[in-house]
Design a binder for this molecule. Structure first.
Ligand SMILES: [Zn+2]
Length: 226
C-alpha cells in the first residue's frame, strides 16, 4: 500500500498550520489559535500546563497573568527577577506575583532566553518612536485593554509584562536591545499554573521594529491536564 504525505495545510494568511505537540503531554483541555495582531485570554486551572506555540517564528507573545480569585494579585517582573537573581526567563523560572507568590512555573522552553523587561508597545509609544503616521496602528496595550475589559479590569490593572519569543539582550554596560529573535517556527514555551490563573495575551501587532521579524503571525495556545 502506498501512503502519501499530505501537503502541509496553510491558513488564509499564508502561515502553515502548526503540527507540533504540546510540550507537556496530557489531556488537551483547550487548543486555540490567536490571530495575528489579536488578543487572547483564558483561565488556566492549578496544575494544568499552558503551551504557547510560536507558529510562524519570532512572534512576540506579550503576556500578563493574574490570580484568578483575586486579580489584585498579579504578575510582578521585579519580584520574578529578584527571586531568581537573573533578568532572563528560562526553564525553572517561577512567575511571581506582587506578593512574591508563585503564579506559574516555566516547565519547558525551546528558546534560550525569554524577556520580561522589554515591556509592551502602544499607540502612544509607536507615535513617539516611529512617527505620527503610525497613529492608526494598535499596539499590545490596546489588545491588553480590550481583553482585560472582559474581566472588569482596566488601565490601572496593566503591569510590566512578559514577552515570550522576544529577544531583549542586556549588554555588559546594562543597555537593552530589541533585536532579531532567537525563536523559529514551532518553538514552544510551557507554563504550569501553580494556582488558578487568568492569562491575558497580546499577539504583538508591532511592525516598526524587528520584535516580530516584520511579519505578524499566529500563536497557538494549548492547555493540557497531566
Ligand atoms: Zn507589542
Amino acid at each position: 500500500m502506498i501512503t502519501t504525505v499530505p501537503e502541509r495545510p496553510v491558513h488564509a494568511d499564508g502561515v502553515p498550520l502548526d503540527w507540533s505537540e504540546p510540550l507537556v503531554p496530557g489531556e488537551v483541555v483547550l487548543d486555540e489559535r490567536v490571530a495575528p495582531r489579536g488578543p487572547w485570554s483564558g483561565i488556566v486551572r492549578a496544575g494544568d500546563v499552558l503551551t504557547i506555540v510560536d507558529v510562524g517564528g519570532n512572534q512576540s507573545a506579550d503576556f500578563l497573568v493574574y490570580a484568578a480569585d483575586d486579580t489584585d494579585e498579579r504578575y510582578s517582573a521585579a519580584d520574578t527577577i529578584a527571586w531568581q537573581r537573573n533578568v532572563y526567563v528560562r526553564t525553572g523560572t517561577v512567575l511571581r506575583s506582587n506578593l512574591g507568590l508563585p503564579l506559574m512555573t516555566v516547565v519547558g522552553n525551546e528558546v534560550d532566553r525569554q524577556d520580561t523587561i522589554g515591556g509592551a508597545c502602544s499607540k502612544e509609544s509607536n507615535t513617539l518612536r516611529y512617527g505620527h503616521h503610525t497613529l492608526y496602528q494598535h499596539g499590545c496595550r490596546e489588545n491588553f485593554l480590550a481583553e482585560a475589559a472582559r474581566y472588569g479590569l482596566g488601565a490601572r490593572d496593566l503591569v510590566s509584562n512578559l514577552n515570550w519569543f522576544m529577544n531583549v539582550p542586556v549588554e555588559e554596560d546594562g543597555s537593552l536591545g530589541i533585536v532579531d529573535g532567537m525563536s523559529a517556527p514551532g518553538k514552544r514555551v510551557a507554563l504550569r499554573a501553580e494556582r488558578d490563573v487568568l492569562v491575558i495575551v497580546s499577539n504583538c501587532p508591532q511592525m516598526n521594529n524587528p520584535c516580530n521579524d516584520f511579519s505578524c503571525t499566529p500563536l497557538r495556545m494549548v492547555v493540557t491536564r497531566p
